[in-house]
Design a protein. Structure first.
Length: 172
């Protein structure tokens, strides 16, 4: 049996966990306040080889749309998680990344080669970043198969966190 001190310690611990959870929820809500609410805006962007892709190209798949920048330290720290996620995608899932600092395409190609990035990298445009309300990097949009937005996040994510959010998105 727990004594009065033991119960107080448990109550204090639970209150601290609840406070941390509330702070996390508030920060997340603040960070995603400008994000698109319903349907992901379509776009036409080029990949590193010059091929044009649209968001419509991925209809029927659950998509992690990942906005990042080569200069972003948090984005660099997240690269192993993205590589692992990309290797284990289900047939009905896709990882599409949009690099914000795409003015120097050759520098992005070098960065991708140096970091062994094998997943789809699209060259971002200011209008697309604005349409998605991207104000910080990395920013993730998890899309359902019909192109609607299942959830969003800002900041570092783990491979497990990304995989679970993608898994919870609905397919076509």
């Amino acid at each position: 049996m727990l004594g009065a001190n033991g119960r107080r310690k448990w109550i204090r611990a639970l209150l601290q966990v609840a406070a941390i959870g509330a702070i996390f929820a508030a920060v997340t809500a603040y960070q995603t306040r400008h994000h698109v609410a319903r349907v992901a805006p379509d776009f036409a962007l080029q990949d590193l080889r010059g091929h044009q892709m649209t968001l419509r190209d991925f209809r029927g798949k659950k998509v992690l749309l990942h906005f990042w920048a080569t200069w972003c330290g948090v984005c660099k720290a997240e690269l192993p998680s993205l590589r692992g996620l990309a290797r284990n995608l289900a047939p009905d899932e896709a990882l599409v990344t949009i690099v914000a600092d795409s003015d120097d395409v050759e520098a992005v190609r070098v960065f991708a080669a140096e970091h062994a990035l094998k997943y789809k990298i699209l060259l971002g445009e200011r209008a697309v970043l604005h349409a998605y309300g991207v104000g910080a990097f990395p920013t993730n949009y998890y899309l359902n198969g019909d192109g609607s937005i299942a959830s969003t996040s800002v900041g570092i994510s783990t491979r497990l966190g990304m995989a679970l959010r993608l898994w919870f998105a609905t397919g076509s």
